[in-house]
Structures are given as structure tokens and as C-alpha cells.
Design a protein around this ligand. Structure first.
Ligand code: DC
Length: 222
């Protein structure tokens, strides 16, 4: 049976940075499920479908295929055969993703794909519902969080580095809105699984969080 590590938590907690490093240390595949939801949101944006048009979203789900591949340790996301890695990280796509990931047909499509991958492959998968819904039997479950202020500052610095104009206050407000939507949606809301270990990274460096998770994995395998 494959060994699965589930990492859930709110936006900006450092899940992908940390999951990538842990995957490298363990020679596991890293699966970023947020990127899969982002690819679907990109499809709806390009098709001019509004986030609240549930009927159109449901109908077009059948026309969407999302695939992943791993190239040089980096996950590549394909939307109907097109590599869309370069298009899914914008704020516009992020907001659309949070809005459309509330719909059952969107979630069912991706959940099925994620479960198939985890059955046969040792992997570390991050998202919002991995420990609670996608992989309830994952051997290790981590709930990685950090305060809104810490997450806002991290995002602010990231955007500044890219030369984008932004306000820390607005970023924090956006984070709070997204947290609220992700945590209160009806289907698979973001929450800590009962058997997940809580890691608060507010006062921790990336190295410290990686070391902590590797220790948890080692303890589980003994
Ligand atoms: O992790 P991220 O910021 O790339 O995720 C973008 C959005 O996708 C997030 O606001 C909620 C949604 N998402 C989800 O509903 N379930 C997942 N497993 C992963 C992401």
C-alpha cells in the first residue's frame, strides 16, 4: 500500500513550499491540489462563465480534463492537454478558484483523480480537504496554519519581490475572506481532521517546519 501524507491548511500557510521540500527529502511525489482547482477556474474564466452560474459550471465540467505530470520535481498542470502552469497563479484566478471550488461537480471530478493517484504512489498531497475527505486513511495528516498577519506579510513580500503594487491591509482582508469562504462552504470545508497534527508556522522557519514534519513521518513509520 502506498504511503500518503496529507497537508491541509489555509492560503499562505506555506503548504506548497514545505510539501515540496518534504517530498524531495523522502523522494515522494508532491501533488498540489490547489493547482488542479485553479486549472478548472481558468477554464471557467476563459469561457466567460460567472462564478455564480452553477448550471453553466456543472455543464462544462464534462468538457474539462485536468492532468498532472512531474518534470524535474516540478508539478505541471494540463487543462485539456495545454500546460497552464504559467496562467494559474494570478489573483484573479485565485479568487475565481475559491468561488468555484464550492460546487460538487468540480470537487467530485478532482477528488476522484486525487484518490486514484494516491492509491499506487507514495505522495505528499496538499489542499484543504485532503485529510478530511480525499484521503481519510492517509498515514500522516498535518494541519498547517499561521496567523492572518504572518500569512499576509509573506504574501506582501512575495508580491513586492515580483514588482507588483499591493497593500498589506488589502492582502490581509483578501486572506480573511478566502479563509471564511473555504471554511464555511457546505461541501468539504477547510477544517482540521480529528487525527491531524496541528503545526502553527507563525513563529517557525521553513526549515523548522520541514524538520518537524519529517520527524512526524519517521515516528509514524517506526
Ligand atoms: O492552495 P491554493 O491557494 O492554490 O488553492 C486555491 C483555492 O482552491 C482555495 O481557495 C480553495 C480551493 N481548494 C480546495 O477547495 N480544495 C483543495 N483541495 C485545494 C484548493
Amino acid at each position: 500500500m502506498a504511503f500518503n501524507i496529507a497537508i491541509d491548511g489555509p492560503a499562505g500557510a506555506g503548504k506548497s513550499t514545505i510539501a515540496k521540500r518534504v517530498a524531495k527529502e523522502l523522494s515522494y511525489i508532491y501533488v498540489d491540489t490547489g493547482a488542479m482547482y485553479r486549472a478548472m477556474a481558468l477554464y471557467f474564466l476563459r469561457a466567460g462563465i460567472a462564478a455564480d452560474d452553477e448550471a453553466a459550471i456543472t455543464e462544462s465540467c464534462e468538457q474539462i480534463t485536468v492532468n498532472l505530470s512531474n518534470e524535474h520535481g516540478e508539478q505541471q498542470v494540463f487543462l485539456n492537454g495545454e500546460n497552464v502552469n504559467g496562467f494559474i497563479r494570478t489573483e484573479e484566478v485565485g479568487k475565481m478558484t475559491s468561488a468555484v471550488s464550492v460546487y460538487a461537480p468540480v470537487r467530485e471530478k478532482l477528488t476522484q483523480l486525487q484518490r486514484e493517484m494516491a492509491q499506487t504512489t507514495d505522495l505528499i498531497m496538499d489542499g484543504r480537504d485532503i485529510g478530511t475527505c480525499v484521503l481519510p486513511d492517509a498515514q500522516v495528516k498535518i494541519y498547517l496554519t499561521a496567523s492572518v498577519e504572518t500569512r499576509g506579510k509573506r504574501r506582501f513580500l512575495e508580491l513586492q519581490e515580483k514588482g507588483a503594487e499591493c497593500s498589506l491591509e488589502e492582502i490581509c482582508e483578501d486572506i480573511e475572506k478566502r479563509d471564511y469562504r473555504d471554511m464555511t462552504r457546505e461541501i468539504s470545508p477547510l477544517k482540521q481532521a480529528e487525527d491531524a497534527i496541528l503545526v502553527d508556522s507563525s513563529e517557525m522557519s521553513i526549515e523548522e517546519v520541514v524538520a518537524k514534519i519529517l520527524e512526524i513521518v519517521r515516528d509514524t513509520k517506526i
